[in-house]
Design a protein around this ligand. Structure first.
Ligand SMILES: [Zn+2]
Length: 80
């Protein structure tokens, strides 16, 4: 039974969007994008660095208090 409280997800860079199999959050653009976006728009960017930066930002938001949640096992294209 799913008794999860509906809370807004926090998406880190390259996190897979819940309920989809091929849509990701791009933190460079603040947009929901498909996989090819990362190759076509950000070929020379360091995505792992950006991912860590958004996670760090998330930790700071959590420390201050936020209603948003990000599960520890959040699917992310960088870990695959
Ligand atoms: Zn982008």
């Amino acid at each position: 039974m799913d008794k999860q409280i509906k809370a807004k997800r926090f998406y880190a860079h390259c996190d897979l969007i819940e309920g989809t199999t091929d849509v990701y959050y791009c933190s460079f653009c603040n947009m929901l994008v498909k996989e090819k976006h990362f190759r076509e728009e950000h070929l020379n960017k360091n995505h792992n660095h950006k991912f860590k930066a958004t996670l760090h930002e998330w930790e700071r938001k959590k420390a201050r208090g936020t209603t948003r949640v990000r599960p520890d096992n959040a699917p992310n294209r960088l870990k695959e």
